[in-house]
Design a protein around this ligand. Structure first.
Ligand SMILES: [Zn+2]
Length: 462
């Protein structure tokens, strides 16, 4: 029996009236106890009555929409959603008797959204780092680490992750999502891609020894018919989106354009995107070089992942078609030197090219969504470090924050539910002590986290 269900069990033994009261709640303990329990147990899911009303007093509020922070705001939270946001006095009038959470010494922001993560991966600088996970770790073991990573991300202020493939761990992302949604383990809201696609021979683990049948980091698919069937299979088992690897073998040509070898034929990719869209699922393309990005855009994908070789003309196409870009900057700084030392210097050179691409895309107005590739780098690194690089490469701190809030929510088609502090949205909120507009690395020090009205971290509220 888990610690989460124990109070309900004891309640049932002690008094029928208590049990009845508990059945009216999302889960047993009242907020104060739940917070204390969360601090003690570390990995329990806080819970609260469905009709709970909280009044948050925000010293400063970055709401995800306004270009400047708002001072002295009140946020009324009813159940799992925000009921009202406005001047403190007005919020007070509208929520008589509500429990007050004093964040007057803090900056409150929407919960952060990372649109490119790998919960089932623990960092892979070298191919050995990658292979050992697929060869020596069972999927259940990897899923346990994945659940731990999800909890870690939530405590860092990431209330939503789009997890873009399990790297050989089958549908374990769907199970982690289910356990979170069922209240078994604490974690962010998840959108999951499941297994991802690449054709035969184009994704690790590969070996020169044809006698060995090694595990694959993707679902291997060839030909339009097989691809349509595989898309249906992934959707059947819980994929919220479809992910594929558009290219590999990156190189610079004589004009110093970042090029690549394309994985799928146009016919195959059209079938994949058409089938995914027919089933209501967006498509994310891992596309690094110009050739891979072109191939993905020809097929009609919804997002470009990495995209280091985005040219001016490709940026224009992305703007016209409303294709989002997840640039994943920090991961290159993390894996680049190690991969270059292991005999692939291109990983060092790609950083400079991506910085140029970032400038081009920013000027062209490409919708840039915060996406880190965490899992490619270790989950012990702060996920929010990406903000510092986005600002260093030309975004204002507010632009970078919006990329992880409003823009991130729009990428997911969840603008009406997530990404901003506004009435009707989920009460996914975070707070930091300092001013992230003066120093965006402040977001690496999130001190208070609420997801759906439940508080998961509390180091500054009074
Ligand atoms: Zn990735």
């Amino acid at each position: 029996m888990s610690t989460r269900t124990l109070p309900a069990f004891l309640g049932a033994l002690l008094a029928p009236a208590l049990l009845a009261a508990q059945q009216r709640t999302v889960a047993p303990p009242p907020p104060g106890q739940a917070q204390a329990a969360a601090l003690i147990a570390g990995a329990t899911v806080p819970s609260f009555p469905r009709d709970q009303v909280l009044l948050i007093h925000a010293g400063r509020l970055i709401d995800g929409v306004a270009d400047a922070p708002l001072a002295d705001q009140g946020i009324v939270v009813q159940g799992e959603r925000i009921a009202f946001v406005g001047p403190w006095a007005e919020a007070q009038r509208r929520s008589q008797g509500a429990r007050v959470i004093d964040l007057t010494r803090a900056t409150v922001l929407p919960g952060l959204i990372d649109n490119h993560t790998h919960l089932l991966l623990q960092g892979d600088i070298t191919s050995e780092d990658y292979n050992v996970q697929l060869l020596n770790q069972s999927t259940p073991y990897r899923a346990i680490l994945g659940a731990r990573n999800a909890h870690r991300a939530l405590l860092e202020g990431f209330t939503v992750l789009r997890d873009v493939e399990t790297e050989g761990a089958m549908y374990a992302d769907v199970d982690i999502k289910r356990a979170i949604n069922n209240g078994e383990v604490p974690g962010p809201r998840l959108w999951v891609a499941t297994r991802s696609f690449a054709p035969t021979g184009m994704y690790p683990i590969t070996t020169a020894n044809w006698e060995l049948d090694l595990p694959h980091g993707v679902q291997v698919v060839d030909g339009p018919d097989e691809i349509r069937r595989a898309v249906r299979e992934q959707v059947r088992f819980g994929a919220d989106l479809i992910k594929f690897y558009a290219d590999r073998r990156y190189f610079f040509d004589s004009t110093r354009t970042l090029r690549s070898w394309v994985n799928f034929t146009d016919e195959e990719l059209r079938a994949m995107v058409d089938e995914a869209h027919r089933l209501g699922r967006p498509v994310a393309a891992h596309a690094v070089g110009r050739d891979g990005i072109e191939s993905a855009l020809r097929a009609g994908v919804n997002t470009i992942e990495h995209g280091y070789g985005i040219t001016d003309s490709l940026a224009q196409v992305m703007v016209q078609r409303g294709v989002y870009w997840c640039p994943t900057i920090y991961v290159n700084y993390y894996v680049g030197p190690g991969r270059a030392a292991a005999g692939a210097p291109i990983y060092g050179q790609m950083i400079e090219e991506e910085q140029r691409a970032f400038g081009r895309a920013l000027r062209a107005g490409v919708r840039i969504a915060f996406g880190t590739d965490v899992g490619g780098f270790a989950w012990t690194e702060p996920i929010a470090r990406e903000f510092t690089y986005m600002v260093r490469w030309g975004m204002t701190p507010m632009q970078a924050i919006k990329s992880a809030t409003t823009v991130g929510a729009e990428l997911l088609g969840q603008g009406a539910n997530l990404g901003r502090v506004a009435a009707g949205r989920y009460a996914d909120l975070i707070a930091v002590s300092g001013d992230p507009l003066a120093d965006v690395s402040e977001l690496e020090r999130v001190r208070w986290v609420m997801k759906g009205g439940a508080i998961y971290r509390d180091e500054i509220a009074r």
